[in-house]
Design a protein around this ligand. Structure first.
Ligand code: UDP
Length: 253
């Protein structure tokens, strides 16, 4: 097969030119990074799991009418997506205090919030993705007020869907991050969910035990990250147990 043209390489994914104009191939790597890439590792099977999990969530969202960039999965590590113009914001939705919010406000992790809170960080690795108010976003032209209203509405729909799906398998959705892209149908611009939705970009806690089933396992050295993601995938029926062991083939006698 001819090598695809690389469009962009990020920390966890690579984008290649797609087979048709307006499409891209999104490849999920096994690389994990945290603390703005100060901590790095390769975790066998992570890319396979995130490819499947992102497919599962994006498909579910499309089914309830939330537009996403996902077209179809191509293989274990790749999916075909719509090319979008990414809005340079990390859209974070929180149901319980954790991570940077808990730290900033001196709250205990896990404290329920009075309502889901949507916040925005400016996507810039060199600056460490700083939290920005809506005022900045509009003043600097990263998005309009109308865009922001639409983004908040989309983010809250994603939150309701994800929280419900997770609750159904005994997992609490503490918080998550999504990215939003613009697409044009002729002159008509629409905002759609892009990037990925996976345990890399969510906080997921087992409801019974509080066990962390997300990237905090890696950030905080709490055990095997692939085990945690496999637990999420098996509970959701996305993957049978042990199906991720593709980088370590075993001999069959
Ligand atoms: N998040 C992410 N990418 C980022 C920053 C945050 O996917 O660059 C996710 C993170 O996994 C968590 C949520 O967004 O589910 C909120 O993260 P927080 O602001 O608490 O930052 P962190 O503690 O991860 O630095």
């Amino acid at each position: 097969m001819a090598r695809r043209k690389l469009v962009y390489e990020g920390k966890a994914k690579i984008l290649y030119e797609g087979p048709e104009p307006g499409t891209l191939v999104q490849y999920f790597k096994d690389d994990a990074t945290a603390f703005n890439a100060e901590k790095k590792a390769t975790i066998d099977g992570k890319g396979v799991l995130n490819n499947r999990l992102s497919e599962f969530f994006m498909n579910g969202l499309q089914r309830i009418g939330v537009p996403t960039h996902f077209i179809r999965r191509l293989n274990m590590r790749e999916q075909l997506i719509r090319q979008v113009e990414i809005i340079p914001l990390e859209v974070i939705v929180r149901n319980f205090a954790a991570g940077s919010m808990a730290k900033r406000l001196g709250m205990e992790e896990g404290t329920p919030l009075p309502r889901p809170i949507v916040e925005f960080s400016y996507k810039d690795d060199a600056l460490g993705d700083p939290l920005v108010p809506e005022e900045y976003i509009i003043a600097f032209g990263w998005a309009t007020q109308q865009d922001l209203d639409d983004i908040v509405a989309l983010a809250l729909r994603v939150n309701d869907f994800m929280a419900g799906v997770m609750h159904g398998v005994g997992i609490k959705l503490v918080d998550f991050k999504i990215e939003i892209g613009r697409v044009w149908d002729n002159d008509f611009m629409r905002l759609i969910v892009a990037d990925e939705i996976s345990p890399d970009s969510c906080r997921l806690w087992d409801i019974e035990t509080g066990r962390k089933l997300d990237k905090d396992v890696f950030r905080r050295d709490l055990g095997d990250l692939a085990d945690a993601y496999t637990e999420v995938a098996t509970r959701l029926g996305v993957m049978p147990k042990n199906a991720t062991n593709i980088t370590k083939p075993t001999l069959i006698n």
